[in-house]
Write a new protein. Structure first.
Length: 309
């Protein structure tokens, strides 16, 4: 594997920095003789929120959806919104309680979560490895990137019939579709993160005598980590979108299968329950990803906790 792709660009950037210089030396060389160059105004400081204000905003972020639920319940109970169009939240809650009591909801949740986790792990792992190879090597970039971009441009639903023909309607086809959904966000963000590593960090690593392997381990991959984790968050979101399409055919269990049955029998309360489940599971996955992000890149000023800044 070669580092030429990012080393060439870093050398040019570092040379440009050295040619221009910094601070007052650079401004004195660029200014005409006898002319005073005015200093640029300082950047405005971002005002930190107090702990009380931060807790208030956090409470407001939860009160807003609760208020929306209250308005929805009131409109449904007064008959302004018909039950067969959009059932009241209390009706959806009773439906969820009945499905939990029968054990049906747990069965569908387990099936969907197992498919989503397996597909995401496979797709994100392949996307990360492809991103590392393409990000470090010009040859791999020339051989792989254009082909991957063409596959990414194909609409997701257009691939479904071909996947069914190749792999049938079993679990394999569903995992493959979910994996495809999470592969490309991880691939794109990994390549972007590697190529956007600060060239001055690479130059500093060479000054400390780091070899190629040590540059990758201690400089390039940590510098690309925020972008890689962002790709993981996007991949989690798209994997849930892919799960909806994957469970719409040939499934005997899963949240998508539950929604398909509800559509056939016009059970709007079950359909709304499925939407709520997708929303909460997606929110939970994003919160876990953000917690992992803060833990792994706590050294980065943009991801550090406010108390530690």
């Amino acid at each position: 594997m070669s580092l030429d792709f990012i080393i060439d660009s870093s050398a040019g950037a570092v040379g440009a920095v050295g040619a221009v210089g910094s601070g007052s030396d650079a401004s004195s060389r660029l200014a005409p003789p006898g002319r005073v160059v005015p200093r640029s105004p300082p950047l405005p400081r971002v005002r930190e929120l107090s702990p009380g204000a931060r807790r208030g905003y956090q409470a407001l972020s939860w009160l807003a959806p609760c208020a929306l639920l209250g308005v929805w319940e009131a409109l449904a109970r007064t008959g302004i919104i018909q039950a067969n169009v959009l059932p009241a939240p209390s009706s959806v809650f009773r439906t969820a309680r009945d499905l939990i009591a029968s054990g049906e909801l747990q069965t569908h949740l387990r099936a969907s979560l197992s498919r989503a986790v397996l597909g995401f792990v496979c797709g994100a792992s392949i996307g990360f490895l492809l991103g590392v190879v393409v990000g470090f090597s010009r040859l791999a970039d020339a051989l792989l990137d254009r082909n991957l971009q063409m596959i990414r441009a194909v609409p997701f639903l257009a691939i479904v019939p071909l996947v069914i023909v190749w792999f049938g309607v079993g679990e394999t086809s569903k995992v493959i579709l979910i994996g495809l959904g999470s592969l490309f966000p991880m691939y794109l963000n990994t390549v972007l993160g590697i190529r956007q590593v600060d060239p001055k960090l690479l130059e500093m690593g060479r000054m400390f005598g780091l070899g190629r392997g040590q540059l990758i381990r201690y400089t390039i991959l940590p510098g690309a980590l925020p972008s890689i984790l962002n790709g993981m968050r996007l991949g989690l979101t798209i994997s849930w979108l892919a799960l909806v399409g994957a469970e719409s055919f040939g499934a005997t269990a899963g949240i998508g299968f539950l929604a398909t049955n509800a559509r056939e029998f016009l059970q709007t309360d079950v359909m709304v329950l499925v939407i709520v489940l997708y929303a909460f599971i997606g929110l939970g996955a994003d919160l876990l990803a953000r917690r992992l992000e803060r833990r792994l890149v706590s050294w980065h000023p943009n991801f550090a906790k406010p108390e530690s800044r």
